[in-house]
Write a protein that binds this ligand. Structure first.
Ligand code: C5P
Length: 226
């Protein structure tokens, strides 16, 4: 049992990208580094919470005092999240692939000659972990926090996502090329809740994590509405 303002609170965090295999050697992926999600896990652990971090493939060390469950695909992440329930607070910081290849073949897809036509790439949707966690079921965490990584009209897309997903808070950031956010050390975010939208200044991902976790401490103390 840890000490701190969030002692006794169970937190579930998803982080990193997912890899969606086409064959044993190829996959579809995205540029998520996992840094923001790992920083959030670290900050929650510092506050005394019991943290389970469900992580896609990243090259980051496990934060101290955090239970890390590794996974590769969105379907595996979905299963690991369900296995970690119930929890009090869920933070979906992972960049989950929205789609996966319809079929995953067991042998490497071969190119046999220069005139081969490329194989077709058919995609099917992955489970939406955040939307599922946010649905009003008996297992719904008391506070569900989502992320929205956008490359254009960030707030418009983020507001739409906030309502569509059904989460309590949504952290929106601009990941367009040139911002350096994807893979970088800094982040510039908006925090959306039912009370409105806050714009936070550019700061390190560690600082975004600390402020977000402080918000959760305040929420728990009754000082912040969901
Ligand atoms: O991909 P999208 O922009 O919809 O992601 C927004 C939020 O939804 C993020 O918090 C992400 O972790 C979550 N998400 C998820 N499962 C998916 C897709 C996204 O949990 N399949």
């Amino acid at each position: 049992q840890q000490d701190g303002p969030l002692a006794g609170i169970k937190v579930l965090i998803t982080a990193g990208p997912t890899h969606e295999p086409l064959d044993p050697v190829r996959y579809l992926a995205n540029r998520s580094s996992g840094k923001q999600g790992y920083a959030i896990a670290d900050s929650f652990a510092d506050m005394g919470a019991a943290v389970t971090l469900v992580s896609g493939p990243v090259s980051l060390p496990a934060p101290a005092g955090v239970t890390v469950v590794g996974c590769e695909t969105a379907q595996q992440m979905h299963e690991a999240v369900l296995a970690a329930l119930p929890c009090d607070v869920a933070v979906c910081a992972a960049a989950v692939a929205d789609w996966r290849p319809e079929t995953q073949v067991t042998q490497k897809i071969k190119k046999t000659g220069p005139n081969d036509s490329p194989p077709p790439l058919m995609l099917v949707p992955n489970p939406d972990i955040l939307a599922e966690l946010s649905a009003p079921t008996a297992l719904r965490p008391k506070l569900v926090i989502g992320f929205a990584a956008e490359t254009q009209t960030v707030l418009t897309h983020a507001r739409d996502k906030f309502h569509r997903k059904g989460c309590d808070w949504l952290v929106a950031n601009d990941v367009s090329p040139g911002t350096g956010v994807m893979g970088g050390a800094d982040n510039k975010v908006f925090l959306l809740s039912r009370n409105g939208t806050e714009e936070w200044p550019l700061m390190g991902k560690d600082e975004v994590a600390r402020r977000l976790v402080q918000r959760v401490v305040d929420w728990r103390a009754g000082g912040v509405e969901e």
